[in-house]
Design a protein around this ligand. Sequence first.
Ligand code: SIN
Ligand code: CO
Length: 374
Amino acid sequence: MKNLSTLLGGLSVNEFLRDYWQKKPLLIRKAIPDFTGLLGADELIQLACTEDVQARLVTQDKGKFGLCHTPFEADDFKHFGKKKWTVLVQGVNHHLPEGAALLKHFDFIPHTRLDDLMVSYAPKGGGVGPHFDSYDVFLLQGLGHRRWQISTQADHTLIEGAPLRILRDFKIEQEWVLEAGDMLYLPPHCAHNGIAEDDCMTYSIGFRTPAYQELGEQFLVYLQDRINIDGMYADPDLKTQKHPSKISIDMIKQVESAVAKIRWDREDIANFLGCYLSEPKPHIFFDTPERPLSAAKFAQRVQQRGLELDLKSQMLSHKGWIFMNGEAYSANGDSFEALRTLADQRSLSAEMPQSAETLDLLYQWYLDGYLSPA
Ligand code: SIN
Ligand code: CO
């Protein structure tokens, strides 16, 4: 993966963002010219059978799709090669350092938008059917060949009752066969269908686009721990009412004005976004060090060799705040700069001097399994 001026087919990042990102599909031949994949089909199946890994198996039987989810056992895959099945493994970047390294090529998109690296494997004829996603995705071809058919159709009606989201009426507008190193960018809601031409592995670099409804609901969850409204309900002028069951207009008005005192500002929004977007998915667990180094030994190792984020860690930054796996930490000056570098690069070199305060925080994160000395 050397010559990455090829990644966007000769377009600069700014040209790509201006003309294609979230707008229209782009096929890039030889985006990563020497890319042949990061793992073999057997290794992917093994990963699919590993605890804490999210995977799906899409089956096809006489044109009918079926869907199974993790947990899987090796036996579930014993007839795999003979069928038009597809196994799809999420979060490969959380398990394979090469997967995390591949994502670095896409650092021109902010980490707040990144979802994960999904890898699929299918023998000839395999695929998940025509569908659309609410994601921006770069579909990078590894092993073998995949025929991609796409459509910008507005009709998104799905087949009712199908176990997967399959478009009822997919009208192919363009199609290509991708080989190793070729890549297809698709904006959200662009209909697509990928069919394996032979033994085929596809690497999906996915970028989430959270729905406002989800953000709104989650913001209210965030806010519930932070609101502070003084006073309590009072009715010294209470009047009798004909129906004791009735909620009086006085009560409604009083509570309406109390609730209207709930306020938030841009800092709250930033803090919420930092916590929410860096929150690991529910199935993710961190391994704490079995025999942890002492704080002094840890500091020495970091200053000698630097440190690396755990593959599962998610870190974001915003003016004086660092967000690590769903928690906010305030940091200033050099400490903020160092932690932001760690968030940007997922590693810190030994040359970067650390204050005692930063080392304390890094040590806590080391004990939590969020990072380790290099
Ligand atoms: C696949 O890799 O088989 C499917 C990816 C997708 O269509 O989103
Ligand atoms: Co898709």
